[in-house]
Design a protein around this ligand. Structure first.
Ligand code: ADP
Ligand code: PMV
Ligand code: MG
Length: 387
């Protein structure tokens, strides 16, 4: 029995960080995926372990199922039908299980992802021997939501063979989940994100689950019907950073300056609302495409200024902003900042020559540019492994 799942990453057009504090955000799925395949051994395999293979990292982890039972005795006998948060006690046991695997020092950041995996596995599948293989097109820790795509793909793959969902396994190729399954996947993925991020807003897992372009506030999403083609250049500064630390930094600043930060978050809320109204406004209305793009560029610049106020910009991000501005293009960081990726709006009438020049200049600084489809489907599942 095998299932394969893919979950997309995301870009945040407006509202990162502020969304953790209750402001509106606008985000879209990006056509780069994390893939998870899950296979139960047959009796002839004689395999009584839980195996996790992180293909891109060339890392393999394995625990005898009895070792997991011993470390997490509270699981297995009664599987949790509804998503639950990892307690401090369970987190300690999971940390011990992860520590036993001696993750190389240079890849220690992966411990958070492995912990989220152990939590989701124990809650959803109990102590069944299983092999889970992960590979990802998303750069890790770069603001494109690799942590959420990982949690969504894992939750979906683990749920696919659980009693909580019933799926049509005869379908060929990639297929989407039903609404109630999506809701469950999203809730479990949020619990995984909590382990990786500390205090996630739920925006990233929601975009990865449902796809599209969405407006999101305090856990509630609205799917946006875009009436314009959005083309974004994504520049990866390749400066590594950690979302958990950046989110915690913004919360500390908020505690030190509650009044000022509340105004900053309110301003971001207005920017996101205005941006979503522009995206949705009817095609041939009183604003031409160029006027809409100019407004969006201004809003992106304003949002970037406010992200600087929150303390999450970085010298590498400022270099991207300066470089794109030379070509009269507007940019903002996307995701948690502190390095990672920057978005640049590519207006419809911008010539290929200029796009190529900007990319060449950014890449000469050591950055990596990519363009990817945005607003596509969310998590998808495939039985049989042919896709
Ligand atoms: N494919 C993966 N395999 C293992 N862990 C992953 C994977 N993708 C993401 N993670 C976990 O998520 C972390 C990165 O998440 P985060 O700091 O939120 O950045 P982002 O979500 O922007 O990529 C990694 O350090 C790792 O712990
Ligand atoms: C900073 C934040 O708004 C987005 C984080 O995205 P990423 O993990 O950097 O891809 C946090 C959140 O919404 O949970
Ligand atoms: Mg993340």
């Amino acid at each position: 029995m095998e299932v394969r799942v893919r979950a997309p990453g995301k870009i945040i057009l407006a509202g990162e960080h502020a969304v953790v504090h209750g402001s509106t955000a606008v985000a879209a799925s990006v056509g780069l995926y994390t893939y998870v395949s899950l296979r139960f051994p047959t009796p002839s395999d004689n395999d009584d372990s839980l195996n996790l293979q992180l293909k891109d990292m060339a890392l393999e982890f394995s625990w005898p199922v009895d070792r997991i039972k011993e470390a997490l005795p509270e699981f297995g006998s009664s599987l949790s039908p509804t998503p639950t948060s990892c307690s401090i006690k369970s987190m300690k046991s999971i940390a011990a299980l992860v520590e036993e695997q001696n993750i190389p020092e240079a890849k220690v950041e992966l411990a958070a992802g492995v912990s989220a995996f152990l939590w989701l596995y124990s809650c959803i599948q109990g102590f069944k021997p299983v092999t889970v293989v992960v590979n990802s097109e998303l750069p890790l820790g770069s603001g494109l939501g690799s942590s959420a795509a990982f949690c969504v793909a894992l939750s979906a793959a683990l749920l696919a063979f659980s009693d909580s969902v019933s799926l049509d396994m005869s379908q060929q190729g990639w297929s989407v989940f039903g609404e109630s399954e999506l809701e469950l996947v999203n809730k479990w993925a949020f619990e995984g994100e909590k382990i990786i991020h500390g205090k996630p807003s739920g925006l990233d897992n929601t975009v990865s689950t449902y796809g599209n372009i969405i407006k999101f506030k305090s856990g509630a999403l609205t799917r946006l019907k875009s009436n314009m083609t959005l083309k974004m250049l994504i520049t990866n500064t390749k400066v590594g950073r950690n979302t958990k630390a950046l989110v915690a930094g913004v919360s500390e600043r908020t505690l030190r300056h509650p009044d000022a930060m509340s105004l900053v978050f309110n301003a971001v809320d207005s920017i996101s609302k205005e941006l979503s109204a522009i995206i949705q406004s009817p095609a041939p209305d009183d604003l031409s495409i160029t006027e809409k793009e100019e407004k969006m560029e201004e809003l992106m610049e304003m949002n970037q200024g406010l992200l600087q106020c929150m303390g999450v910009s970085h010298a590498s991000i400022e270099t991207v902003l300066r470089t794109t501005l030379k070509y009269k293009l507007a940019s903002k960081l996307t995701g948690a900042g502190g390095g990672g990726c920057v978005l640049t709006l590519l207006p419809t009438l911008l010539s290929e020559t200029v796009v190529n020049k900007v990319i060449a200049e950014l890449e000469s600084c050591g950055f990596q540019c990519l363009t990817a489809a945005i607003g596509g489907k969310g998590v998808e599942v495939c039985f049989g492994g042919s896709s």
